[in-house]
Design a protein around this ligand. Structure first.
Ligand code: NCD
Ligand code: ZN
Length: 348
C-alpha cells in the first residue's frame, strides 16, 4: 500500500473565504494546501464590481499567515445590471478570472443574483469577447421544482440554451451533483467544465438523515442519490480533463447551522486534499488525483500548472470537533472522525 503521496501542489477552483475574522480563521487551511483558489464573490454585500473585488483581494492577502504563498483568483458577482464595460474593467485588472452566475434566491447571499438570464446579454457578450469564464451555480430557483431536481432542470431550462446561445463562452458548471450534470458536461461542446466537491463524492443524501438530522452535511446543491454519487466518480476514474477540484468549502458558524433554519454550506478546507486522496484511494484511482487536483483546472483557466509539490502520508488523524471561528465555532467535515491521509509537507 502507498505510504506517501507526492503531488504537484493543487489549486481549489471553487472556494468561499468570507471576510473579516471569518476570513482570518479559514484562510490558513487553504493557503497551506493550495497554491491558488477561485474565490467566490457572495459576500454581503456581494462583490459586484472590480473595485470591490480588488479591495477584497487586498484583504485576503493581508490575512495570509506570514510567509504563505497563495494567490487568490478573484471573481465578479453577476447581477441583472452588470454592464459590458464592468466586464472589460474586470478583465483589464488582471486580478479577476471569472464571473459568477447565482440565480437569484438559489443559495447563500444570492438575493442580488440574476433574475432572468436575458438580462445578462451585455455581460455575456463581453465575457465571450474577452474569454472570461462564466462560473455557474446550476440550480433553478422555482419553488415548484423538487429540491433534488433543481440541478437537472437547470440544465434543460438554462444551461443548455445558454451554451448554445454563446458557443465561444467558456463555462464552469460548479459543484456538480447528479448523473444528469455529468452527462451534460461529457457530451457538451468544448469549453465546458465542472468542479466536484469532496462532500458530493463522499456522501449520498441518506447521510443527511443518518440517525437524525445532520446539519453539517447540508449544502447547496443538496446531496443526491447513491447513483448520482457513483456517476460523479466516473469521469474522475477516467481522467476526464473537464472535471476538476473545487471544494465549495463554505464556512458557517455552528449556531447558524444548528438552527431552526440552518445555513447551507460544508466546511472542508482543513482537510480538503486529504479527503480527496481518501476518495481516490477508496476507488483505486489514486494515480488520477494529480490531474484532477493540480492540472486540469489550471489548464482550463489557462494558468501555469504549479511547479512545487505537497506530500501526504497514509496516517489516519481526526480533525477536532470544531475550530474557533469569528467568536464562535466552526464544525469541519469529518469532525472527530478519522481521515486516512495526513498532510506532511507543503512549501509554505
Ligand atoms: C455556499 C455559501 O455558504 O456561501 N453554500 C453552499 O451550500 N455551497 C453558497 C453556494 O456555493 O451555494
Ligand atoms: Zn459555492
Amino acid at each position: 500500500m502507498t505510504r506517501e503521496l507526492r503531488l504537484r501542489r493543487p489549486d481549489d477552483w471553487h472556494l468561499h473565504l468570507r471576510d473579516g475574522a471569518a476570513l482570518r480563521a479559514v484562510l490558513p487551511f487553504t493557503s497551506k494546501r493550495f497554491a491558488r483558489a477561485i474565490v467566490m464573490p457572495n459576500l454581503a454585500p456581494p462583490v459586484t464590481n472590480t473595485a470591490l473585488a480588488l479591495a477584497y483581494r487586498e484583504r485576503i492577502l493581508s490575512a495570509l499567515p506570514p510567509g504563505a504563498r497563495f494567490q487568490p483568483l478573484m471573481t465578479l458577482y453577476l447581477t441583472d445590471h452588470t454592464s459590458g464595460a464592468e466586464i472589460e474593467h474586470a478583465h483589464a485588472s488582471g486580478a479577476i478570472f471569472g464571473c459568477k452566475l447565482y440565480p437569484a434566491g438559489a443559495t447563500t447571499h444570492s438575493e442580488a443574483g440574476v433574475t432572468d438570464i436575458a438580462r445578462l446579454e451585455p455581460a455575456l457578450a463581453s465575457m465571450t469577447a474577452l474569454d472570461l469564464p462564466l462560473l455557474v451555480h446550476g440550480e433553478v430557483t422555482d419553488a415548484q421544482v423538487d429540491v433534488f431536481e433543481r440541478e437537472a432542470r437547470f440544465i434543460d431550462r438554462v444551461l443548455a440554451p445558454l451554451a448554445e446561445r454563446w458557443p465561444q463562452l467558456r463555462i464552469v458548471f460548479e459543484h456538480v451533483t447528479t448523473r444528469a450534470a455529468v452527462e451534460f458536461v461529457r457530451s457538451a461542446r468544448p469549453g465546458i467544465a465542472a468542479t466536484v466537491t469532496p462532500q458530493h463524492l463522499l456522501h449520498n443524501r441518506n447521510a443527511l438523515f443518518a440517525g437524525g438530522l445532520r446539519p453539517h452535511l447540508y449544502c447547496l446543491p443538496v446531496l443526491k442519490t447513491e447513483a448520482d454519487r457513483r456517476a460523479l466518480l466516473e469521469p474522475l476514474a477516467g481522467g476526464d480533463i473537464r472535471f476538476f477540484l473545487g471544494t465549495d468549502s463554505a464556512p458557517h458558524a455552528r449556531a447558524a447551522k444548528e438552527s431552526a433554519c440552518g445555513c447551507a454550506g460544508v466546511f472542508s478546507s482543513h482537510a480538503a486534499i486529504e479527503l480527496y486522496a481518501e476518495i481516490f484511494e477508496t476507488e483505486s484511482i489514486l494515480p488520477r488525483l494529480q490531474g484532477f487536483a493540480s492540472e486540469y483546472g489550471a489548464d482550463f483557466y489557462r494558468l501555469p500548472r504549479n511547479q512545487d509539490e505537497i506530500s501526504l502520508v497514509r496516517e489516519p488523524w481526526s480533525p477536532p470537533a470544531s475550530y474557533p471561528y469569528d467568536g464562535g465555532e466552526l464544525v469541519p467535515l469529518r469532525a472527530g472522525e478519522p481521515i486516512a491521509w495526513r498532510l506532511q509537507s507543503a512549501p509554505a
